[in-house]
Design a protein around this ligand. Structure first.
Ligand SMILES: C[S@@+](CC[C@H](N)C(=O)[O-])C[C@H]1O[C@@H](n2cnc3c(N)ncnc32)[C@H](O)[C@@H]1O
Ligand code: SF4
Length: 402
């Protein structure tokens, strides 16, 4: 991995978190609120600009200049504020690569009119990811969504007319969902000429209403073995229709892998802006080789109060400097559930040597894991269990400096 020295462009991904939603979905664990006023939103976007400028100063002090390979607006529901997004994009545009992937997450309700998707496209967005979740009315009701299958249909149709790269998000294994219902959702998704499909296994995070309902027995999740059945059904169905699996939850048509996601999975640097957003800075000569992580506090008020303060002294931002072994474990956790796998060149540059353990040798004989001189790759059926694999594999990577 080449480290950057003074004056060089710092190629990275840019993530901007928009924490406002029209409605709270009871399963959602992202930093968001449904109680907001437009004055607060205006001041939040002003804060994002201010923070962006302060980060640029910070990079200047480190002797590098950012050049964004990808820009992604996530949330929350960024699509509620099309004008703000377009203005913010124009603001950061001079720091983007000419062929940068520029994307947003959209709620179907926000893009039911063709002029909306056209305006986004004209402003420079070239990728859109629509939160469909399910085409099944029972699924939408269970998931407490605020849109109908017809709204999703309109949104997808308009997005496909304006964008070269359209993806949708589906959630599977929601309570009471049958395998047949899941297959029907996949069938409906594939009836559109989409470029990308995210299929997320339903999670019940602590602190969400769904998480609490599960704890008190008011909601019954599928058991883990059943979840694997749903995952394998998606794999069989999508593979059979020539879709490529990039990662445990992400599928694309050939040539349409999401570049922004790849940055996260391959431990490439990214700048996160806004409440709850994370960032990972690496490949800059004056920073530690294993990089530095940070996270913004998830309270909007805290972000807005400190929006004028630089990253080094901003109390709404928590820096996290970890050991190199953490870097390795994190890379294993994200890389092992991707088609690309773990890149040995990267691992060696970080000072680790691969010495397969007897466990890994046996797993290789069984065909669960594979390695050559360049990559370590887990078979896709096992991506679902990447946490235990990451722990096993970490025993095979020795820190050369010890
Ligand atoms: C942060 S959301 C943003 C999308 C947009 N706000 C919407 O809901 O339409 C990104 C995606 O995460 C997925 N997601 C959120 N909570 C989830 C959960 N508890 N289990 C599985 N997937 C989840 C959904 O598919 C969602 O579209
Ligand atoms: S799933 Fe999307 S719309 Fe629903 S609360 Fe979460 S971020 Fe908001």
């Amino acid at each position: 991995m080449q480290q950057l020295t003074y004056g060089k462009s710092f190629e990275a991904a840019l993530y901007i978190h928009i924490p406002f939603c029209r409605h709270m979905c009871l399963y959602c664990d992202f930093a968001k609120t449904a109680r907001w006023q437009s004055t607060e939103v205006n001041s939040y976007f002003t804060g994002l600009r201010q923070q962006y400028g302060l980060w640029k100063n910070y990079f200047q002090q480190l002797g590098v200049k950012p050049l964004w390979k990808t820009v992604n607006f996530g949330g929350g529901t960024p699509s509620l504020f099309i004008d703000h997004l377009c203005q913010f994009l124009a603001f950061v545009g001079p720091d983007c690569q000419a062929d940068a992937e520029i994307s947003l997450e959209a709620n179907p309700l926000d893009i039911t009119e063709p002029h909306t998707t056209q305006a986004l496209r004209q402003s420079g967005f070239n990728r859109i990811s629509i939160g469909v979740q399910s085409f099944d009315p029972q699924g939408l009701k269970t998931l407490t969504r605020d849109h109908s299958p017809t709204t999703s249909h309109q949104a997808i149709t308009h997005a496909l007319q304006s964008f070269p790269h359209v993806g949708i998000d589906l959630i599977y294994c929601w309570p009471q969902q049958s395998l047949l219902q899941w297959e029907q959702d996949l069938q409906t998704a594939l009836s559109y000429p989409l470029q990308h499909l995210s299929c997320y296994n339903m999670t019940y995070a602590e602190g969400t209403p769904f998480g609490r309902m599960v704890r008190r027995g008011a909601l019954t999740p599928h058991v883990p073995d059943r979840e694997a059945e749903y995952y394998n059904l998606a794999r069989k169905y999508l593979q059979g229709n020539n879709w490529q699996q990039e990662e445990v939850s992400n599928w694309s048509q050939e040539g349409y892998a999401c570049k922004h996601n790849l940055c996260y999975w391959q431990m490439e640097p990214y700048l996160g802006l806004g409440t709850g957003a994370h960032g990972f800075l690496t490949n800059i000569a004056s920073l530690p080789q294993e990089g530095i992580r940070y996270a913004y506090h998830s309270r909007i008020h805290k972000f807005c109060t400190h929006q004028h303060l630089p990253p080094q002294t901003n109390p709404s931002l928590i820096w996290d400097r970890r050991e190199r072994s953490h870097w390795m474990l994190e890379y294993l956790g994200s890389g092992l559930r991707t088609a690309q796998g773990i890149c040995f060149e990267k691992v060696t540059a970080m000072g680790f040597t691969f010495k397969p353990t007897p466990f890994l040798e046996q797993a290789r004989t069984r065909g669960d894991i594979h390695w050559n001189s360049k990559y370590l790759q887990l078979k896709p059926q096992e991506w679902f269990r990447e946490t235990s694999w990451a722990v096993e594999c970490s025993r095979a990577f020795q820190d050369s400096s010890e």
